[in-house]
Write a protein that binds this ligand. Structure first.
Ligand code: BGC
Length: 555
């Protein structure tokens, strides 16, 4: 068997047209009544996920961790944190998911570890220039007694990217690099032990039957080991902006500054993924990895060529405004970027790092209408979709009191940035008051407070409401798989003489039209309505499409 996929094999793999559901374990469902989401909760939720029609789940980290960055600070990448369950629970989860035809993707966090990882503890107790310190980026400081950080790099969470340590003898000593929180020291990927250990981690989860990986901060592993000052250290911390039109000149400049820079998207990073791909291929052709790499579309294909990894998140879509022209540009650039290597494009409207899509697009009824309409655009595009838990319920961000905030972004920016907690609140399953069936422990203090007023947003309430966002998602996920045009038809934009409409064709007979206007429009195409995200009227003069509404037509 060849260890490479041909173009046509690649387009037939399960991930090329998958609906992947992102589970944020601490907020998905509590299975042991302690008030925190866990793996048993995921197992209990599998019938729900199967009824939603997803092909795979991606689990954010559930590994042992001091939870300084909600689990993205990993102290042992090959175990389960007792707060989430046991390895047996995980094995059962994989088995039960597979029985339901749902694949399992786990998160790999290779850029950094937790400060409580045994390697970092050992490094702190070892002298400068020791093998233990060489697994990280330890440097002497600048200034007369090394009292200034080694360079001007900044943490993505705010503040300097360097923290000074006390040496074992109690005196101030070297500085270590952390692109995120100071409790997340960056690993040195020039170090052989670091590379071998990551391969062991991949092997460990592959042996347990996982189907794929989501690679955290995949663009950041290789650094310029001469550690130069950056001309624009701020550019890096502000590269993840949700209020910037991704097709704007400013966005282009920000990202161009990151491409092949001292810290991000360096060419050497692909050598790492070549090793990973070879290992994954040895487990068969149906294992995949999706990379988190905020790179300009023209650099995306490097991560997903036939000897690197399989998919890259199309992040421009995550920030796309509700504007037909910008959407068209973003979609065409994303499709083109990966088509050169025959990788399937991916579409995500939200994740655990972003504002919820309803909030981003205007909040309230307006935001919800647009989010539903954007979903019907995403679900009809070629490639895979990633659905962040709660998106299928049309949830918006929750207003979190400052005293309840948890995100290190809030603390490191001294309250300048609110952080990501608003989109991470435990899911509402049933009932009319908190904890909305999330946990059986009704007096539980949840890690983030749920709001009042979620009674109509629960899974239980939406299940029986034919017009709910949940049932819209069920219908669209089913159709995108069963309708031949949507499942595998050629994709092409349709030229329409109205800048407020986005229209495209899938196969011979499916037409998708998104009306971004705040008013009704005559549909420029006729046909049988397969699905609509909002109000439509079928009259003697043809089809009319309501404001902020997308329709799927069979022509
Ligand atoms: C994850 C974040 C996390 C960061 C550091 C990201 O890209 O998605 O949630 O804070 O990596 O691990």
């Amino acid at each position: 068997m060849s260890d490479r996929l041909t173009d046509s094999e690649q387009s037939q793999t399960w991930w090329s047209r998958a609906a992947v559901y992102q589970i944020y374990p601490r907020s998905f469902r509590d299975g042991n009544a302690d008030g925190l989401g866990d793996l048993r909760g995921v197992i209990e939720g599998l019938p729900y996920l199967a009824s939603l029609g997803v092909d795979a789940v991606w689990l954010s980290p559930f590994y042992p961790s001091p939870q300084k960055d909600a689990g993205y600070d990993v102290s042992d990448p090959r175990a389960v944190d007792p707060m989430f369950g046991t390895l047996n629970d995980f094995a059962e989860l994989v088995e039960q998911a597979h029985e339901r035809g749902v694949r399992v993707i786990v998160d790999i966090v290779p850029n950094h570890v937790s400060a409580s990882h045994p390697w970092f503890v050992e490094a702190l107790n070892s002298p400068a220039d020791s093998q233990a310190r060489r697994r990280f980026h330890f440097l002497d400081g600048r200034g007369e007694s090394g009292e200034q950080p080694p360079n001007n790099w900044e943490s993505i969470f705010g503040g300097s990217a360097w923290t000074r340590v006390k040496e074992p003898n109690g005196s101030w000593g070297q500085w270590y690099l952390h692109l995120f929180d100071s409790t997340q020291p960056d690993l040195n990927w020039d170090n052989e032990e670091v590379r071998v250990d990551a391969l062991n981690t991949l092997r460990f989860w592959l042996e347990l039957g996982v189907d794929g990986f989501r690679v955290d901060v995949a663009l950041g592993l290789a650094k310029d080991m001469t550690y130069p000052d950056l001309i624009d250290p701020i550019g890096m911390s502000q590269s993840l902006r949700f209020d910037l039109d991704p097709t704007s000149e400013e966005a282009a400049q920000r990202r161009a500054g990151l491409a092949n820079s001292a810290l991000f998207d360096r060419d050497e990073v692909q050598d790492i993924y070549r090793e990973w791909r070879a290992l994954m291929n040895s487990y068969g052709n149906d294992k995949m990895a999706v990379v988190e790499a905020w790179v300009p579309p023209e650099r995306a294909s490097r991560y997903v060529s036939e000897d690197t990894l399989h998919q890259i998140f199309g992040f421009d879509f995550l920030v796309v405004p509700w504007d037909a022209q910008v959407m068209r540009d973003v979609i065409s650039r994303a499709v083109e970027a990966v088509s050169v290597v025959s990788a399937p494009p991916t579409w995500a409207m939200s994740n655990h790092d972003s504002p919820r899509v309803v909030t981003r697009l205007g909040d309230g009824d307006l935001g919800l209408a647009r989010a539903r309409a954007l979903a019907l655009v995403a679900h009809a595009l070629p490639g895979s979709i990633y659905v962040y838990q709660g998106e299928e319920l049309g949830l918006s961000d929750v207003e979190i009191p400052d005293s309840a905030r948890q995100d290190p972004v809030w603390f490191r920016s001294s309250g300048q940035q609110k952080g990501r907690d608003g989109g991470r609140v435990p899911l509402p399953w049933s009932g009319s008051v908190p904890p909305y069936g999330f946990t059986d422990r009704t007096d539980a203090q949840l890690w983030l407070p749920q709001p009042d007023g979620w009674a109509s947003a629960t899974i239980e309430a939406q299940d029986i409401d034919p017009m709910s966002t949940l049932n819209l998602y069920r219908a669209s996920l089913a159709l995108r798989k069963s309708h031949p045009g949507l499942a595998s038809g050629e994709f092409a934009f349709i030229e329409i003489d109205d800048p407020g409409l986005l229209a495209f064709q899938r196969g011979a007979d499916v037409v998708v039209i998104a009306n971004t206007h705040p008013h009704w429009v005559e549909s420029p195409r006729s046909g049988m309505v397969l699905l609509a995200s909002g109000p439509i009227e079928v009259g003697d003069n043809g089809l009319r499409i309501g404001p902020d509404t997308t329709v799927w037509l069979q022509t």
